[in-house]
Ligand binder design. Structure first.
Ligand code: HEM
Length: 467
């Protein structure tokens, strides 16, 4: 029988803090440095020991055995504070039942309807911006994806005030999330302004979702089929008992909102950022968008022709996967590859780390949408960007449709000049990887058409020197 060895520790651990300082200072570079030390590597984040999987095969094995490697660890403990035991956070024992209830809402047949909602929401927002307007695209795209997810969950007639409050509280929650997850428990309870803001936002997010759910019930629904109407109608097997309590409905709504908003918006933002910093890609992308859409907002029927847009979006997902660091906890003594893992080990997988392995993606730091040219015959998506096994993202297709439609629609309506201060990535990623502020000035294409071909050629794909 193959011998079993303990997991090696990454070098550079400092007394008390371990690798925490290095992780917080430059988390992405830190993750990229780990595979050099073995397929599994232990890191210490202050007192917490975490085993990071650095090998694709072992990541897959871990994800497939979801009862042994169950959801757990500091990340999911914090997520459960806001999202309760929703689909993304519940333990494996509860997961199959929930997934069966929710899966029909993500059936392929529903996508043309979702795409229609997406196009409507995008058109209403993007079409209303003013020529010459400056705005933060990170905020704008997050608002759009939040709007789309809320419409898919609750239907299209929502209380706008509640929606705005929810978005604000979620911002606060996400901004404090990673730091809060890394702080030892006693420090999380100290009433610093940051901790108080975080706790308050967490409570209010749940309250807003509960209010929306009550409103929805009282109005007798909207007559449309959406996730909430399906979950409310669901019954436990062979009985008339509702399959989910009201609290569980709120858990699912918070889960969908948190899992489906920042993620897709982040990938769209990275696509814009990466395109802006790679003029040749930008030129091809805008040429495709302009040929296919001619100034319109993108819709379902346009998707097959937005092929390069999809490649850019996919490569942005590889470069900066929104779910970049996710944890599990072993439920029994076990092994992974040749390594022994005692019960209670916190283990992490990182789509970011895997998608930067040169063995899988040569020259991984290079932004190259042609990696995803369908004629190349390679897999359609970067490995593990949507997780894997039974806990694979339920919204994967939803976000691919939405991401491509949003990226294409933004570029179709506007020439986007990103300000120079938008073009530096923030040091500490949050729960999702997001480029942070993306200040941009918009110019109508019709006005650009008035500019001579020569200067226009210079301008397209160039990064503005503003800001
Ligand atoms: C680019 C966009 C997205 C990315 C990169 C992404 C990524 C992921 C990843 C990596 C996981 C697995 C987490 C783990 O292993 O612990 C996951 C799970 C999940 N995602 Fe997504 N996601 C995206 C969009 C969405 C959208 C739009 C929705 C909903 C509308 C959604 C809902 C969920 C849910 C509910 C789960 C938990 C699934 C389960 O455990 O059965 N995601 N996502």
């Amino acid at each position: 029988m193959e011998s079993v060895s303990p997991v090696p520790r990454a070098p550079g651990a400092k007394p008390v803090v371990g690798h925490l300082a290095a992780f917080l200072r430059a988390p992405l570079a830190f993750l990229r440095s780990l595979p050099a030390h073995g397929p599994l590597v232990e890191i210490r984040l202050a007192r917490k020991s975490v085993v990071v999987v650095c090998d694709p095969e072992l990541t897959s094995t871990m994800l497939v055995h979801d009862r042994v490697f169950d959801k757990g660890g500091p990340l999911f403990e914090r997520l459960r504070e806001a999202g309760g035991q929703g689909l993304a956070t519940c333990p494996a024992a509860e997961h199959r039942r929930q997934r069966r209830l929710i899966q029909p809402a993500f059936h392929q047949a529903r996508f043309p309807d979702y795409a229609r909602i997406m196009t409507e929401r995008m058109d209403a927002v993007i079409g209303n911006w003013r020529d010459g307007q400056t705005l933060d695209l990170a905020v704008a795209s997050r608002n759009i994806t939040a709007d789309v997810v809320l419409s898919a969950v609750f239907g299209t007639r929502l209380d706008h005030g509640l929606h705005v409050r929810l978005a604000t509280d979620f911002d606060t929650l996400l901004a404090g999330f990673t730091r809060h997850s890394l702080l030892p428990k006693p420090l999380r309870k100290v009433p610093t302004p940051g901790n108080v803001r975080y706790e308050r936002a967490t409570r209010r997010v749940r309250q807003s979702m509960a209010d929306l759910t009550t409103q929805y019930r009282e109005s007798g629904g909207t007559g449309e089929t959406n996730l909430l109407s399906m979950l409310i109608a669901a019954r436990a097997p062979e009985s008339d008992v509702p399959a989910l309590t009201d609290d569980e409905l709120v858990d699912q709504a918070v889960t969908m909102y948190s899992a489906g908003t920042e993620t897709t918006a982040g990938a769209v933002n990275w696509s814009l950022y990466l395109a802006a910093t790679h003029p040749a890609v930008h030129a091809r992308l805008t040429a495709e968008v302009s040929t296919v859409l001619d100034g319109r907002t993108a819709g379902w029927d346009d998707l097959p022709r937005l092929r390069y847009t999809r490649q850019v979006f996919t490569e942005a997902l590889r470069m900066y996967p929104p779910g970049w660091f996710l944890t599990r906890q072993t439920q029994q003594d076990t092994r992974l590859g040749t390594y022994a893992l005692p019960k209670g080990t916190t283990i992490a997988y990182s789509p970011y780390l895997i998608s930067h392995l040169p063995t899988l993606y040569p020259d991984p730091q290079r932004f190259d949408p042609d990696r995803w040219d369908p004629r190349g015959g390679q897999p359609r998506l970067p490995a593990f960007v949507f997780g894997g096994g039974a806990r694979k993202c339920i919204g994967d297709e939803f976000s691919l449709v939405e991401g491509v439609l949003l990226l294409a629609s933004l570029l179709s309506h506007w020439h986007i000049d990103l300000h120079r201060d938008s073009l530096t990535a923030p040091r500490l990623p949050q729960l999702t990887l997001n480029p942070g502020r993306l200040r941009a000035t918009l110019t109508a294409h019709s006005r650009l058409r008035g500019v001579s071909e020569k200067s226009r050629g210079r301008r397209l794909g160039q990064v503005s020197r503003r800001g």
